[in-house]
Structure formats: C-alpha cells, structure tokens
Design a binder for this molecule. Structure first.
Ligand code: AVJ
Length: 319
C-alpha cells in the first residue's frame, strides 16, 4: 500500500461557490462581514506565517512551548496510532507530536488547501519513513468524515483557530469531534487565553503592519476570484477587543465613501465613509469556559497545560 493517499470530500468547485455566497451575503448585509477563511490564498498563508514570527504575536510561540514541554504528558492519557490534525496547514507543529508520540504510525492532515496538504505530507514522509499519510481535503466546519485508520486516535485542533468560530458554531463543531471519537481516543485543543487588552490588541495590530496587510489580502482575493475592484488603500486595518464577548475583532474601515464593483456577482457594494467590514473574530478563552463547552458536547477535560506566562492553553479531553 502506498504511504500516501489524498481524499477530497470537498468538490473542487465548492470553494469557489462558497466564496461567492459568502461575499454576496456578507457584503449586502449591515454590518458587513466576511468569514476569516478567505484570508488564506498563497499570499495570505505567507503573510500568516510572517505574523507567527512577529514579536507581538505570541500564540504560536506559546503553543510551541507547551507542545515541546508537554507532549510526553499526552502519552499518559492516550497512546494513539492515528494522529488526525484539523487545519493542518504546513503541519509545522505536527513534528513535535510525532517525535513525542512514537505510537503514531498514521497521520491524517485535514485542510481546505490541497497544495498545503501535499507539501506538508512530502516533508513528513521524508522525516518519518514508517508513517502512512492519508490527507483529507475537507472543510471541517461541514462535518468530519475521517478515513478508516487504526485507533486509538488523537484528534488535534491547534493554533487557537477554534476562536474563529462563534459560540454556536463551536458547539456544533465540538459535537462533530465527539461523534468522531471512540473510547480510548482523545481531543487536543489549542486555545488562546483572555489577557490584558494591550497585549491582545498589539498581537492583531503589529507595529510592522503585517497583520494590516494580511487583513487587506482578503480584498485582493475577492478582486482576483470575483473580478472586483477593491483598492486596499481605501481601507484602514482595525483591531479591537470586545470585552463582553471576550474576542478580538478585525475590521476594514472605509477611509472615504467607496463603491466597489463585483462583476461575477453582478453587484455594486457601497461603503459609507468610516463604514466597517468585519473580517475576523478571534475568541479568547478561560479554563472554565473550555471545560463547559467540551462537557456540553460529551467530552471530559482531562489535562490543561499553559505556557509559562499563561497566555495560551492546550487541553486534552476524552469522550
Ligand atoms: C490562525 C485563526 C489562530 O486568530 O490569531 C492572526 C489568525 N488573524 N492574526 C488568530 C490571525 C490575525 C489566527 N488564527
């Protein structure tokens, strides 16, 4: 059997159709919104990688610190044969898990980007000759149809990307995770934590302006894919902390009144001067909230680890 297989549960044109639908609904409602998943074309992924290296953007380093120091602790709870990684991207953190958990001989990376999956699989296979990789091109927000690999399974969702989902979406997502797990399996979740507003806002509004460029990249995606004529210079990057809902919001604020044509949708979108388009929600968490949300889905919190500065947490829960 080949050590590499790739399954596409997402029809090739589903992504294009979803973008059209999200732009059509999100830019014709008040207030205007777009889901954050449209940041990540090749340029957006490159900009995100640059963000993870910024002095202000601590989550990636904090999570890596926890993974490096606690990976062995995971083995106290589960000795997985299969590692499933949702939103695996470049599979950067995967190598820490693979080296700390030698019981893993199957790796199932799940991502919407086929190019990211193929590239990551190639490097991991070279480093771990005994590994079987079954990559899945899928959008995990629409359910989890996992390949039939040997258990126990460790399902990992790292990076704090869970914060991109609204509370109701998280409940659905945790439910899908729970139904994909059997006794003996475990769920590893990365969550950014509530902290002082200055630290949070700086992480999403860095001095070098990389996050601003990342935010505006969604306009370039819409221009390219839907023939729109957004001028990124017409918009300012905004990052703000919503203390009630405990999440960061990124927005693009029109500097003047602008009209944007979107030929593929036969649409003209009007922005008033100062009008904002919300491009991302990034929720921050507390231990009690994570425990409750997991419990509501039938998952019991079994380990909770933070970095030395308590900025980020990794949790391990079991069905
Ligand atoms: C990849 C979703 C975890 O919310 O911190 C980084 C994306 N947005 N800077 C986050 C992001 C702005 C990131 N996640």
């Amino acid at each position: 059997m080949s050590p590499f297989a790739l399954t596409r549960t997402l029809p090739p044109d589903a992504t294009a159709a979803a973008l059209r639908a999200d732009v059509a609904t999100g830019l014709t409602r008040t207030p205007k919104v777009l889901p954050p998943k449209w940041f990540y074309d090749a340029r957006g992924s490159e900009l995100f990688d640059a963000i993870t290296l910024l002095p202000e953007y601590y989550p990636t380093r904090a999570e890596r610190e926890i993974l490096l120091t606690r990976a062995a602790g995971i083995a106290e709870v589960v000795q997985p044969r299969t590692l499933v990684e949702l939103g695996s991207g470049s599979s950067d953190k995967t190598r820490h898990l693979l080296s700390a958990l030698p019981s893993i001989d199957h790796y199932v990376p799940v991502d919407v980007s086929e190019s990211a999956l193929a590239g990551a699989a190639r490097t991991l296979l070279a480093e771990h000759p005994g590994l079987t990789v079954h990559a899945l091109v899928a959008d995990f927000q629409y359910g989890l149809a996992l390949p039939d690999t040997p258990g126990p399974r460790l399902l990992a969702f790292l990076g704090g990307t869970i914060g991109n989902l609204q509370p109701e979406e998280r409940a659905v997502f945790f439910g899908a995770v729970r139904s994909g797990l059997a006794r003996g399996d475990a769920f590893l979740l990365g969550t950014d934590l509530v902290k002082d507003e200055r630290t949070l806002v700086a992480a999403y509004d860095d001095a070098a302006g990389v996050t601003a460029e990342f935010n505006k990249n969604v306009l370039a995606v819409i221009n390219r894919e839907l023939g729109a004529d957004f001028d990124p210079a017409d918009f300012d990057h905004v990052a703000l902390w919503d203390g009630r809902r405990e999440w960061i919001e990124m927005r693009l604020r029109a500097r003047t009144a602008v009209v944007v044509k979107i030929p593929a949708l036969d649409l003209a979108v009007h922005f008033e001067a100062g009008e904002e388009l919300r491009t991302e929600v990034s929720a921050k968490f507390r231990r009690a909230g994570v425990r409750e949300e997991l419990a509501a889905a039938g998952l019991e919190l079994s380990r909770w680890w933070t970095d030395g500065q308590s900025r980020f947490a990794l949790s391990l829960s079991v069905p």
